[in-house]
Ligand binder design. Structure first.
Ligand code: SAH
Ligand code: SF4
Length: 346
């Protein structure tokens, strides 16, 4: 089987090229092409034809292709359905902010965490994405729009800490000058609360922003929404978060999807505030997206404002997430499911 050329480090590639009889400068040339998002050996025009042909026999450049593109009529949001080399698909969303383009990336095909409100979790996990496939999502969007992505959030399909090794390789490659070149301060990683993974990530002392999907102030509600809470209850999760803040000095962002009648009461707001008191953190309230086939409803605007106010009164930093791309159901997981259903009907 052909080898994934992008999964090799510079030294490994150098070694492989040496075995194939190529001089050292060829490694640099090929890396430069790969860093520029080149998706085919054919296009590496400064290599001799015979070398390009040999590389194509020995290696693959795993990439993504744009299968579908939904453009919002309300703002500049673009949602992609990307195809992978084995026929699997993932979603990604490109958003325009005043500080530049931000892209939401997938880290897995599907997800095995089974959160009750999430479209991605409905079909389980198909497979992990490789680091190269994560990078390729950025390169494909940049090529497609003729823009540079300046920040990245790992909030698309999948649980990043359930694909720890590849996500970490991806993060390290991301910051390499010459390539996509996005620094850790412009990266957010969102987790449903895999406590072991949080401790592991903490040891890396990366300057990224850790987002934790909390969605409930206590175990009773959280276990109903998120099965992972039975393994890592709220107390353990928040303990890991406090430790993370202490060691990295970085503020944690808690995601809280407001679901009508489930987690949006005054009592929930007060309990949440008492749990988070004193922690260097920030709460991001998200009007929950309604998902076809699920019966949860999003909280009203009035409820959202009231919840926000209560948290503020308790001294908690809180923002309400702006909804971008509302007309193209920009949250992840839904487009892929729709596409698969259409496939099944065909
Ligand atoms: N698996 C990771 C990251 C991907 S999900 C995680 O769970 O954190 C990205 C975010 O979208 C998470 O905060 C998740 O809880 C949230 N999310 C999933 N489905 C949602 C929905 N229907 N409405 C609002 N937020 C949702
Ligand atoms: Fe997986 Fe995150 Fe969806 Fe939960 S919310 S099922 S962890 S993608």
């Amino acid at each position: 089987m052909s080898e994934d050329i992008r999964s090799l480090s510079e030294e490994q590639l150098h070694q492989r090229f040496k075995e194939l009889g190529y001089p050292a400068f060829r490694t640099k040339q090929v890396l430069q092409w790969l860093d520029n998002g080149c998706a085919s050996f054919d296009e590496m025009s400064n290599l001799p034809l015979a070398m390009r042909e040999q590389l194509a026999r020995e290696f693959v450049i795993p990439g993504v292709t744009v299968l579908r593109r939904l453009e919002s009529q309300l703002d500049e949001t673009v949602k992609y359905l990307f195809g992978l080399s084995d026929g699997e698909t993932v979603e990604s969303v490109l958003m325009s902010y005043h500080h530049g383009w931000s892209q939401c990336l997938s880290t897995q095909v599907g997800c095995r965490m089974g959160c009750s409100f999430c479209a991605t979790g409905m079909g389980g996990l198909s497979r992990n994405l490789s680091a190269a496939e994560m990078l390729a999502q950025i390169e494909a969007a940049q090529r497609d729009r003729g823009i540079r992505v300046s920040s990245v959030v790992l909030m698309g399909m999948g649980e990043p800490l359930d694909n720890y090794e590849q996500v970490l390789t991806f993060l390290k490659t991301l910051a390499r000058p010459g390539g996509v070149n996005i620094g850790m301060r412009h990266v957010s990683l969102s987790t449903c609360g895999l406590v072991d993974g949080i401790y592991r990530l903490m040891e890396e002392r990366l300057q990224l922003t850790l987002s934790v999907s909390l969605h409930a102030p206590n175990n009773e509600i959280r276990s109903r929404l998120m099965p992972i809470n039975r393994r890592y209850p709220v107390e353990e999760l928040l303990k890991a978060c406090r430790e993370y803040v202490r060691v990295t000095g970085r503020r944690i962002s808690f995601e809280y999807a407001m679901i009508d009648g489930v987690n949006d009461t005054d009592a929930c707001a007060l309990e949440l505030a008492s749990r988070l008191k004193g922690m260097l953190c920030h709460v991001n309230l998200i009007p929950a997206n309604e998902v076809h086939g699920k019966d949860h409803r999003r909280s009203s605007q009035a409820r959202l404002r009231r919840f926000q106010q209560l948290l503020e009164q308790q001294g908690i930093n809180v923002t309400v997430r702006r909804t971008l791309g509302a007309d193209i159901s920009a949250s992840c997981g839904q487009l892929r499911r729709q596409e698969r259903k259409e496939d099944e009907i065909k």
